[in-house]
Design a protein around this ligand. Structure first.
Ligand code: AMP
Ligand code: MG
Length: 505
């Protein structure tokens, strides 16, 4: 592993200064607290994502792994960075918490890629901030590795998400359910603005600043909306559309975020703040991986409606500004209501499209909804693995292959469903071969199963060995294409029972 401490000659700061901008730092001072990361003793770099390097056009010549290590260790900053903790609030499990903000992460600066696109570099696990409340400001190895892997897995699956450039372990021992090694993660995102930023502004004495943040978001990300009759409404509509697409993607992939608090919702509609997430394996609509969510508020089947609830909190925060821009409170109310209704339609449509693709269907027939519903019901009742079952449909869709794939079990219910499915495919225009190819590009073979992440974490914790982490990251970057010798990575754990994790580990 690239873990040896730098030799004294290694420069830990890159020379270039023209990459960074800090537009968030130019907002009024109450939006953030300027402060530097805390040094983390004995930081070792575990892995750097080559895909994320490519996205940033950050070559090793420009920024070496040694320089990344020093950055993740809180030892140095690079020229042009202006680190800060952002203030925001949010609804946690339905209850408003005014005390939130970056409690253990710092926005280091905005990196400008060769393409002209800008990316926040955010160091998670950077120490205490004015918003830490009772927290210690640390991140632990387990949650950092999981966030690193899932960020890169989402990219491989084509789902919108924050990215992760690098992850490092350090010599701190951090008290959680047990003592765990400390770690840091270098998170990358076009923006870290959350629903909670707007909730904070609207409910504070700075409510007139909502428009400043809307302008910040639109001019950076959606400049086409700047001239809309109500730019704030236009931002809300775009955010609702993106959020619908994002959650439809989660539902299709069987992904459960686990902590859909409004402070964990991105204004850009990208997945953010991965904690006790899971790609569920034995399909169960009521599943949540979050131990602290006894009522299942954020269970798999609840995610679409929680997305709507969270959007309604955002709408509440934006309403006064929208009313001002439209010149009427009634018009603002009606527009926001319409946007929420559109969200509902959009998520259903987007989910339907994704699932049709997973079933290999191009034609749209009335019985398709029932066919899908019965498939999910079969997975649930037969306790089948969600990912293996979908992947096996390509084989089942080939009329020249009579056998029922193993992943579907051998029950009478599976046989009956398979017969209906094959009969349905007779109405499809594509050849079996074309269909199989397309299905294999939407039904992933490799997903970030909890036991796989756990194995990578244990290899680091117990043997200081990051090779499993690298292998998994590489595999997940290209999850649709079979790799020789990697069959085991496409399988559920033996004797697997769903693993549940606590929130802020
Ligand atoms: P999360 O559940 O990770 O999204 O965190 C919710 C809030 O608690 C955010 O304001 C975090 O910054 C903060 N937080 C979580 N863990 C810690 C920690 N160990 N130290 C300080 N703040 C934390
Ligand atoms: Mg959070």
């Amino acid at each position: 592993m690239a873990a040896t401490p730098d030799s004294p000659q290694t420069p830990t700061e890159p020379a270039s200064t023209n990459r960074f901008d800090n537009r968030f730092a130019r907002l009024p001072q109450h939006f953030f607290s300027l402060l530097e990361p805390t040094a983390q003793p004995g930081t070792q770099l575990l892995d750097v994502s080559p895909e994320c390097r490519r996205l940033l056009t950050m070559s090793e010549q420009e920024i070496s792994d040694a320089q990344l290590r020093a950055l993740l260790g809180g030892e140095t900053l690079w020229p042009g960075m202006q680190p800060l903790a952002q203030k925001y609030t949010g609804h946690q499990f339905g209850i408003y918490n005014p005390e939130l903000g970056d409690g253990r992460g710092l926005l280091l600066g905005e990196w400008r890629a060769d393409s002209g696109a800008s990316f926040d570099l955010h160091l998670k696990g950077a120490g205490r901030t004015p918003y830490s409340r009772h927290g210690d400001g640390n991140a632990v190895l387990r949650s950092s590795v999981r966030e690193y892997l899932v960020s890169e897995a989402f990219a491989g699956l084509g789902l919108p998400s924050t990215r992760a450039l690098a992850v490092a372990v350090n010599q701190q021992q951090v008290p959680r359910e047990r003592w765990e090694p400390g770690a840091t993660l270098l998170r990358v995102a076009p923006s870290h603005v959350r629903f909670g930023h707007f909730e904070w502004l609207a409910l504070s004495e700075h409510d007139s600043d909502v428009t400043l943040l809307v302008d910040h978001v639109l001019s950076q990300h959606w400049p086409d909306l700047l001239e809309a009759p109500s730019p704030t409404l236009a931002m809300f509509e775009r955010c609702a559309e993106r959020t619908a697409e994002m959650i439809a993607g989660w539902q299709a992939m069987g992904f459960v975020h686990g902590v859909m608090n409004t402070d964990n919702m991105s204004i850009l509609g990208i997945a953010l703040d991965f904690g006790p997430f899971a790609f569920q394996e034995q399909f169960d609509p009521a599943f949540t991986p979050n131990l602290t969510d006894a009522e299942g508020r954020y269970a798999y089947s609840e995610q679409p409606s929680i997305g709507m609830w969270n959007l309604s909190r955002l709408a509440f925060a934006l309403l006064q500004q929208i009313a001002q821009e439209l010149g009427s409170e009634d018009a603002a109310q009606a527009a926001v209501q319409q946007t929420l209704e559109n969200y509902g339609e959009r998520i259903n449509h987007a989910f339907g499209e994704r699932m049709r693709a997973r079933l290999g269907l191009i034609e749209e027939l009335p019985e398709d909804t029932q066919l899908l519903g019965d498939f999910l019901s079969l997975l649930y009742h037969q306790r089948l693995d969600y990912h293996c079952a979908f992947r096996s449909l390509a084989q089942l869709s080939d009329p020249s292959d009579e056998k029922l794939p193993l992943a579907l079990g051998q029950s009478a219910a599976a046989l009956a469903w398979a017969e209906r499915y094959r009969a349905r495919l007779a109405h499809e225009p594509r050849s079996a071969q074309q269909r199989q190819q397309a299905m294999n590009q939407v039904n992933p073979l490799y997903v970030l199963r909890t036991h796989l992440a756990q194995r990578a974490i244990e290899a680091i914790e117990q043997h200081n060995d990051a090779s499993e982490l690298k292998r998994l990251r590489e595999l997940l970057a290209d999850p649709y294409n079979a790799r020789a010798g990697m069959d085991e990575y496409a399988m559920p754990a033996r004797n697997s029972a769903p693993v549940r994790l606590s929130c802020s580990s």
